[in-house]
Design a protein around this ligand. Sequence first.
Ligand SMILES: [Zn+2]
Length: 225
Amino acid sequence: MTDTIKTVSFSGSGASKWKFSGDKSGSFVTKSMAKAIDDKLLSRESTPSATIKNNLVPLKVGIFVWRTLTKRIVVKEELDRRGIDLDTLLCPICNDVVESVDHAIYSCKFAQGIWVGILKWWNLPPSPSITLEELIKYSRSLVPVSCKKKVWQAVVWVTCYLIWKNRNLKVFKNDAWATSRIVTEIQVKSFEWIKNRSRKSFASWHQWLISPSSSNIIDVNFDPG
Ligand SMILES: [Zn+2]
């Protein structure tokens, strides 16, 4: 904790202007800096109970998705908006456009490759016009009526969560997996989490991979909502 306090300095009333004292350019956001900002700035803006829930996935996934919807994740546009002085606002992965929350989780080519894989797995057509918010909030309308919508929502949320995790691995450790392996990670994690939270029998791993939206394999009785 001492290290992170040394690294990030706070100035101005109410920390309206922040600057990284550990780096002259101010553009170098390390993992510890990102964590300090996350702990000190973004979490301060939220209340402990603020989240959205889907009981098929762990609470931490819902909290992350809520923070995504309310622009509380450590992307450059949000740091800039909160008065943190950065040399560049460009996405650290594609270096092409400003790194907004939507860009990092959805429209960056890194994220898009993963979403294409997920939509293909669910046998859904790519939707170029849809926004991340629409995908998260209204994604129920994308899937066939016969499918349990809550399962699809859980998959969308797990995808957001794991795109962000892999974005951080790539930015801070240059260690992200290939797109196909991240899609597999999403398939594995969502299967594990949903199966463990199902009251009734759930699809087999093979069925989950081949036809996740098929109603006859998702034999679970969840609360509506
Ligand atoms: Zn990008």
